[in-house]
Design a protein around this ligand. Structure first.
Ligand code: THU
Length: 138
C-alpha cells in the first residue's frame, strides 16, 4: 500500500477522535505485513490518565484480533483535526511499537504537505526491547 493511502486512512480515522479536553484530534492507520489496515483515534477521559492515543488504539485493536506482524503506521493530528504540522508518536506509543515491530517498521508522518517516513530505530534509539527483557531472565 502506498504511504499516501495509509495517511488517507489515518485522516479518516481522526474523524472518530474523542478529545473534548485537549481539542487535539489524532488518527492512525496501522498496516499489517499481510496488507490489512487497523485504524485508531485518540480517546480521552475526564480523569485524563485513562486516555488512549490513536496509535495504541490501532495497535490494541490489531493485536486483540490476533495480528502480530506489522510493516508501517501512519499518524496524523491537529487542533480540532486541522493538520498543520507533523504529529510524532508519544513515548508510550513508541514503546508499544517496539513490542511488536522490527527495526524496519516505518512511521509515516504528514503535515498536510510532506510525508516523512521514519524507521522505528530512528524514532527510538537505545530502546528497551523484549529481547533484553527475556534474555535477562534466569
Ligand atoms: N495523542 C495521540 O493520540 N497520539 C500522539 O501521537 C500524540 C498525542 C493524543 C493524546 C491526547 O488525547 C491528545 O493527543 C493531546 O495530547
Amino acid at each position: 500500500m502506498e504511504p499516501r493511502e495509509l495517511i488517507a486512512r489515518a485522516e479518516q480515522a481522526m474523524l472518530g477522535a474523542y478529545a473534548p479536553y485537549s481539542g487535539f484530534y489524532v488518527g492512525a492507520a496501522l498496516l499489517t505485513k499481510s496488507g490489512r489496515v487497523y485504524t485508531g483515534c485518540n480517546i480521552e477521559n475526564a480523569a485524563y490518565s485513562p486516555s488512549n492515543c490513536a496509535e495504541r488504539t490501532a495497535f490494541f485493536k490489531a493485536v486483540s484480533e490476533g495480528e502480530r506482524s506489522f510493516s508501517a503506521i501512519a499518524v496524523v493530528g491537529g487542533e480540532k483535526g486541522k493538520i498543520r504540522s507533523f504529529c510524532p508518536p508519544c513515548g508510550v506509543c513508541r514503546q508499544v511499537m517496539l513490542e511488536f515491530c522490527g527495526p524496519d517498521f516505518l512511521i509515516y508522518l504528514w503535515d498536510g504537505e510532506t510525508i516523512r517516513a521514519v524507521p522505528l530505530t530512528e524514532m527510538v534509539p537505545y530502546a528497551f526491547t523484549a529481547e533484553e527483557h527475556l534474555n535477562n531472565k534466569e
